[in-house]
Each structure stands twice: as structure tokens, then as C-alpha cells.
Design a binder for this molecule. Structure first.
Ligand SMILES: C[S@@+](CC[C@H](N)C(=O)[O-])C[C@H]1O[C@@H](n2cnc3c(N)ncnc32)[C@H](O)[C@@H]1O
Length: 237
């Protein structure tokens, strides 16, 4: 659907003002103030990344794999939760306890509102990655910031969505290494790690995985457009 048609369908206020905002380069989802993701609806504003289709695919694959690999209730950690879309959807779709972190207090305010709106109980923690967390999880999932600082990205994204949600050091690989290097301290014996990745990052992430979790296997999945966008790491046969 074209942005203007989307606006006309979903925007509840003064359409002239909303059209001006659209013409000034603001994403239609921020103007409307919410967005559908999976089977749910989430509040979005400039403090959170707008949840993407490929993240729905990550969530969908994670749900399928969890049902295949685990028989009992699972403990899940979502790192960099933003709007809470991943954490809340997993809580609704799986028999689970869900913890979600973000370094942004403003993002967590949105995520908490979304949890309430969708009637999902989530343990939100304002921290850097998973610092201070000593619980153990069956599943760790993250769609971290992964854009390298010198990468060209769409103006509408660069000018509107939080930099904190987009960019990462070390060619965009910083968070994958930071997450994996101490991850054993928060993993149960049998685990599943699920990442959204940039489409050129698989080989580098595999090397990081081999360094810290040599015993586990890694699977790459393509999104519906055929791009390398998801990885799953597990030690479950
Ligand atoms: C790409 S966004 C993903 C948001 C959401 N999970 C989604 O998939 O739509 C990355 C998120 O990581 C958060 N973040 C950035 N640096 C972080 C850090 N050091 N520790 C925890 N979260 C961080 C950002 O605030 C942002 O919400």
C-alpha cells in the first residue's frame, strides 16, 4: 500500500497536517503512531525502530524452531528490545518466561506500553546488552544495531529512526561479538541463539561463533527476498 493510502486508512487526526509530515520525510508508521507486526499491533514513535518484515520472519522461524527443539516452558532473553515487538510476540506465541533488555530508557517506556496493550507479562531490564543479568536462558534472541558507520542507508531511515538502534562499531559486528563472548554465563546447557543480521555479515558472524561457541552449529536462513538475514546457533542435535 502507498504511504498516502496507508495514512488515509489508519491516521485518526487532521489528515492535512499528517500529509505535511509525510511530505517532510517522516515515516508513515511514526505519523500513524502504531504498526502491525505478526498478529499484533505495536505503538511506535521516534524512540524506537519501526519493526521490519524481516524481523517478523526471524520471529516466525524462532517460534517454529522452539516448538521443534524444546518440550517444556522456555526462558527467553531478547537483547535490544526497542518497541518490544520480538519479546511480546514470543511471549504471546510460546509457553515462555520472557526478559527483554534495552540501553534506551525511552525505548523501554514504549516497550512497556506495548506489553500492557498486548496483555503480555515481560521482565524489562534497562541495561547494556545483558550486563547484570545472571539468570540462565534456553533462548537468546537479538536484532541488534548492525549497520556500519560508513554504510549508505535510506534518508528516511537515517533522518528519523534512532541512531542507537541502527549503527554499530567494528563494521556493524560489535554487538554479535559482545553478545557471544560471555554468553555461556547466561545460557542453559541446551540453547538456541537467534540473530537478525546484515546481508553481508554471515561469514564474519560464523567466525565469531566458532571462536566462542565452537561446539555449536550455525544455520543461515534467507528472508523472503532471498537475502541472508537470519542465523540460528544451537548445540541441540
Ligand atoms: C535494531 S533495533 C531492534 C529493535 C527491536 N528489537 C526490533 O527488532 O524491532 C536495536 C535496539 O538495540 C538497542 N540498543 C543499542 N545499544 C544497546 C546496548 N548497548 N544494550 C542494549 N540495547 C541496545 C537500541 O536502543 C534498539 O532498541
Amino acid at each position: 500500500m502507498k504511504d498516502i493510502d496507508y495514512l488515509k486508512k489508519y491516521y485518526k487526526g487532521d489528515i492535512t497536517e499528517a500529509t505535511n509530515r509525510l511530505n517532510n520525510g517522516e515515516p508513515v508508521q511514526y505519523i500513524v503512531g502504531n504498526v502491525d507486526f505478526y498478529n499484533y499491533n505495536f505503538i511506535v514513535n521516534k524512540n524506537v525502530l519501526i519493526p521490519r518484515f524481516e524481523t517478523e520472519e526471524l520471529v516466525d522461524q524462532t517460534i517454529k524452531k522452539t516448538k521443534e527443539l524444546f518440550k517444556n516452558k522456555v526462558d527467553i532473553l531478547d537483547i535490544g528490545t526497542g518497541s518490544g515487538a520480538i519479546a511480546i510476540t514470543l511471549k504471546k506465541e510460546l509457553d515462555s518466561n520472557v526478559t527483554a533488555t534495552d540501553i534506551s530508557k525511552e525505548a523501554l517506556t514504549v516497550a512497556k506500553d506495548n506489553a500492557q496493550k498486548n496483555n503480555a507479562e515481560i521482565n524489562f531490564v534497562n541495561t547494556d546488552i545483558y550486563k547484570g543479568i545472571s539468570t540462565k536462558f534456553d533462548i537468546v534472541i537479538s536484532n541488534p544495531p548492525y549497520i556500519s558507520y560508513d554504510e549508505e542507508i535510506e534518508e528516511i531511515v537515517k533522518n528519523n529512526e534512532p541512531n542507537l538502534a541502527l549503527y554499530a562499531d567494528n563494521n556493524g559486528l560489535y554487538f554479535y561479538e559482545e553478545i557471544l563472548k560471555n554468553i555461556k554465563s547466561i545460557l542453559k546447557k541446551k540453547y538456541l541463539i537467534c540473530f537478525e543480521i546484515g546481508e553481508t555479515q554471515f561469514q564474519s558472524i560464523k567466525e565469531v561463533k566458532d571462536k566462542y561457541l565452537p561446539e555449536s552449529k550455525i544455520e543461515l536462513k534467507k528472508d523472503m527476498q532471498g537475502r541472508d538475514r537470519m542465523v540460528f546457533i544451537t548445540n541441540i542435535e
